[in-house]
Design a protein around this ligand. Structure first.
Ligand code: A3P
Length: 305
């Protein structure tokens, strides 16, 4: 059934998750026809959890021997061009673009673990998942979504967005089930699924980027560490650097029928902006839901409302 979702996405509930209507055809096509390769690397996330940043980092780590940092593709291309969103590419009817990518590929989708094409799991592909405090995800999503809205549609008031988010009725929602599926997978197969938190990336970029490189099979050598290559990767992918680039100021992303500019993927780039948008009562409510949903999993998210 087509139920009311976040304008203009008109999410459809599919196997327990609200998938944006415009992504559904691509999702089904991808589920049936995507051919995984054993050396594919997946960057996965709930939307607005730090995908753009993680894409840039994974791509910079993998290609650092190919390009000098002052001439790196990330200086000319948005991270979403370097690491394509597979279901959206299928929605555009451009699956051959994904098939034509040379190995090793870095690929992305916002699909939950249970909706990934089976070949990704059967070939044991590596997966990196990033999650974020749901309160900040909601704020980021609200800005992003109101920026996307079609001209005929009114922006959704924050209180309405809050309600729908709490009910799980938001793109790829509910967020808790999304996060939990990947969390549990990372507990079962830690050598194949790396689970990261956006806030940890902000706090300890050096440790996380080294961990990421190791997990990906591209560890930094002692010489590279001495020469400051880890710091160079962090600098290249930083919010300040990426937002200073012309491509991210004025470039456009190709998504079917959504007028999306590259700058919509960058807003504040920090933690805790929920404080500027939610009453403490709202924050407590959302934290309580998060706590209840994650209870017994060993995972914590958000908090301190
Ligand atoms: P805010 O809206 O809170 O600023 P996604 O990439 O999953 O769509 O998530 C977007 C969020 O990540 C936005 O959060 C955006 O500003 C932030 N972001 C984008 N690039 C970043 C970077 N290089 N470093 C830190 N945060 C970044």
């Amino acid at each position: 059934p087509l139920e009311e979702g976040w304008a203009p996405m008109r999410n459809r509930k599919y196997q327990g998750f609200w998938i944006p209507q415009r992504a559904l055809t691509g999702t089904l096509d991808m589920q049936q026809n995507f051919k995984a390769r054993p050396d594919d690397l997946w960057v996965l996330s709930y939307p607005k959890s730090g995908t753009t940043w993680l894409k840039a980092l994974a791509y910079a780590i993998m290609t650092r021997a190919q390009y000098p940092f002052h001439h790196h593709p990330l200086l000319r291309q948005n991270p979403h061009e370097c690491v394509p969103m597979v279901d959206r590419t299928y929605s555009r009817g451009q699956a051959p673009e994904i098939e034509a990518m040379p190995s090793p590929r870095i690929l992305n989708t916002h699909l939950p673990c249970s909706l990934l094409p089976h070949t990704i799991k059967s070939l044991d592909c590596k997966v990196i998942y990033v999650c974020r405090d749901p309160k900040d995800v909601l704020v980021s999503l609200w800005y992003f979504n109101n920026g996307l809205r079609l001209q005929s549609m009114e922006p959704i008031p924050f209180t309405k967005a809050f309600e729908m988010f709490c009910e799980g009725n938001c793109p790829y929602g509910p967020i808790w089930e999304h996060v939990l599926e990947y969390w549990e997978e990372s507990q079962r197969r830690p050598e194949k699924v790396l689970f990261l938190k956006y806030e940890e990336m902000l706090e300890e970029p050096l440790r996380i980027v080294k961990r990421l490189a190791e997990f990906m099979g591209y560890p930094f050598s002692p010489e590279e560490e001495k020469e400051g290559v880890v710091e160079e990767v962090i600098e290249l992918c930083s919010f300040d650097k990426l937002t200073s680039l012309e491509v991210n100021k004025t470039g456009k992303v190709l998504l079917p029928s959504i007028p999306l500019t590259n700058n919509s993927f960058f807003r504040k780039g920090g933690a805790g902006d929920w404080r500027n948008h939610m009453s403490s009562e709202m924050a407590r409510k959302l934290d309580r839901i998060t706590e209840q949903k994650l209870e017994g999993s060993g995972l914590t998210l958000g908090g301190v409302a």
